[in-house]
Design a protein around this ligand. Structure first.
Ligand code: CDP
Length: 239
């Protein structure tokens, strides 16, 4: 039965949902698993970050904090596309700008707004209708694709996640620039976890059917291998 799509046509594609808190290894794992399976990788965090970047650039954050419904204006004329690993916001490459610290600080607020979630969830469901995908985020297994063939929930110790974020930022920063403070990064990560878990709409939580994997002491290869083998099992079972 599960093979039948609503249209009655045999469903040929598979959805793999990977959720978890900040810096738990979702995007690296999702990208590599997608590559190995030949599926499309979709980073939904990049979509929430893009909306946040747009709000910052338009200088409307304070207004939206006072009148959250005003976010609707910004959502009316927004486009977000992926071209491989490149993220295009309104046709412009924002791949590195969306990783900016200012965006990281404000993204949980923007993501908590219902009109933002409704709009992005609709875009994500449309992407999932176009073919097999590995999609990562906070609510993919719970809200976007509760029927996903495979659901994964990645977790890791907060200190280890701060270390990973630190290494990522150091690797990306131009020579001679100031290094981030690891304690501060850990605090920011914990704050974002709290905001994501406690929000009213689509909070971060594990779907009861999701496989939980603690990546604290796993190498990327081991992480990718475990998700990949689960995906291959699913494919074999022809679900
Ligand atoms: O890469 P990192 O783990 O730092 O975060 P991200 O995946 O880029 O997501 C950034 C933020 O977007 C999260 O902290 C959430 O507030 C929000 N988000 C969400 O609400 N729902 C999703 N499906 C994906 C991200």
């Amino acid at each position: 039965m599960k093979l039948l799509h609503k249209s009655g046509i045999r469903k040929k594609h598979i959805i793999i949902a990977i959720d978890g808190p900040a810096a738990s290894g979702k995007s690296t794992t999702a990208r590599k698993v997608a590559q190995r399976l030949g599926y499309t990788y979709i980073d939904t965090g990049a979509m929430y970050r893009s909306v946040t970047l747009k709000a910052l650039r338009q200088g409307v954050l304070d207004e939206v904090r006072r009148f959250p419904e005003n976010i609707a204006d910004l959502l009316q004329e927004i486009t977000i596309h992926f071209d491989g690993d490149t993220v295009l916001l309104d046709g412009r490459d924002v791949t590195s700008d969306i990783r900016d610290n200012r965006v990281s600080r404000e993204v949980s607020f923007i993501s908590s707004l219902k009109p933002v979630r409704d709009k992005l969830v609709e875009m994500q469901q449309e992407l999932g209708r176009q073919g097999s995908v590995v999609m990562d985020g906070r609510d993919i297994g719970t809200v976007v694709f509760p029927d996903a063939e495979l659901k994964i929930f990645l977790v890791a110790d907060a200190r280890e996640r701060a270390r990973r974020r630190y290494a990522e930022l150091v690797a990306k920063s131009p020579e001679g620039s100031e290094y981030p403070d690891i304690d501060q990064l850990e605090e920011e990560i914990k704050r974002r976890d709290r905001d994501d878990e406690e929000r009213e709409h689509a909070p971060l939580k594990k779907h009861p059917e999701a496989y939980e994997i603690d990546t604290s002491s796993l190498t990327i290869e081991r992480q990718v291998d475990s998700v990949y083998s689960l995906a291959v099992d699913i494919q074999k079972r022809g679900r």
